[in-house]
Design a binder for this molecule. Structure first.
Ligand code: C2E
Ligand code: MG
Ligand code: MG
Ligand code: MG
Length: 279
């Protein structure tokens, strides 16, 4: 039995080594890509008003088209960037590109995802200020999406940082709400403008009375605190109807639109304007 264990251990560790090497390689390639490649780009997923017809804003989602591996999903390369420190370079690239792009869409809010490491780094608020200055984007158009994990350990620093961001005039969204360490007293203390209900809850509204009750209470909480409430990952008409009746302000999900390229957003905006203009 002992020999058997040793053998297994051996296989396991060489497997680990293999994966470690693979990760290192991908990390190096990502670094090159950020510094001087052209494989990174942004997709934009729109959010809509309760009718599902009027675009309110877009969320910038980072994409990596790898010359050999094809599309690498952000669920792979974002954690990689976070664990290697590349997230600072990558995050700045995303922020600058999204802000520059959004100047072409004055009627839309643009949401940018920010990792906890970026948010916690000294100088983050200055970076946001600088990028807004360089691109000329109206701060009120920019929404910074953060997750509950920024609140772990040091609530006071997070609070101060959030207040600084609010002073610049940007908006703050609490992303993936419900999946982290949500504590009501935390939430009450923080100046978030928007609550984004995670897709895992949205999926459950139809399947059980309990699922529905939880989502109802998240929506009431957000509304009571004066926040806009967004539902993410809405992908059936039944979910849409339930959430609309329950008081959700903004809708995001495959039912309405997948993430699309910037040009597509511009076209839809133009069509939306043309439709609204009385001829
Ligand atoms: P997230 O911020 O919660 O983004 C929403 C994710 O849900 C996106 O996946 C979007 O394509 C997907 N989604 C939207 N509607 C639906 C739906 O109806 N059904 C399903 N199944 N999925 C839907 P994506 O683009 O793969 O991004 C995954 C995560 O990667 C994001 O989650 C975010 O945490 C992270 N991420 C993406 N871009 C960036 C970035 O620029 N910076 C940082 N820090 N994180 C990013
Ligand atoms: Mg997000
Ligand atoms: Mg989200
Ligand atoms: Mg999510």
């Amino acid at each position: 039995a002992e020999r058997h264990d040793r053998l297994r251990l051996c296989i396991y560790s060489s497997d680990m080594e293999e994966r470690q090497k693979e990760r290192r390689q991908l990390e190096l390639e990502l670094g090159d890509e950020i510094r001087n490649g052209d494989g990174l780009y942004l997709s934009y997923q729109p959010s809509f008003d309760p009718s599902g017809e009027v675009m309110l804003g877009v969320e910038a989602l980072c994409r990596w088209r790898h010359p050999v591996r094809g599309e690498v999903p952000p669920t792979i390369f974002i954690p990689l960037a976070e664990n290697s420190g590349l997230i600072h370079l990558l995050g700045e690239w995303v922020l600058r590109n999204a802000c520059r792009q959004a100047t072409e869409w004055p009627e839309l809010k643009v949401a940018v995802n920010v990792s906890p490491q970026q948010f916690k780094r000294i100088g983050f608020v200055d970076l946001v200020r600088r990028v807004l200055g360089e691109t000329g984007l109206d701060p009120r158009q920019l929404e910074i999406e953060l997750t509950e994990s920024i609140l772990v350990n040091d609530l006071q620093t997070a609070e101060a940082q959030l207040a600084e961001l609010k002073k610049i005039g940007v908006r703050l969204a609490l992303d993936d709400f419900g999946t982290g360490y949500s504590s009501l007293s935390y939430l009450l203390a923080l100046p978030f403008d928007r609550l984004k209900i995670d897709r895992s809850f949205v999926t459950r509204v139809q399947s059980s009375a309990r699922g529905a009750a939880v989502v109802h209470s998240i929506i009431s909480l957000g509304r009571a605190l004066g926040m806009q409430v967004t539902a993410e990952g809405v992908d059936t008409p039944e979910q849409h109807k339930f959430l609309r009746v329950a008081g959700v302000h903004a809708f995001q999900g495959y039912l309405f639109s997948r993430p699309v390229e910037a040009g597509e957003i511009s076209e839809r905006l133009a069509a939306q304007k043309a439709a609204r203009r009385p001829s």
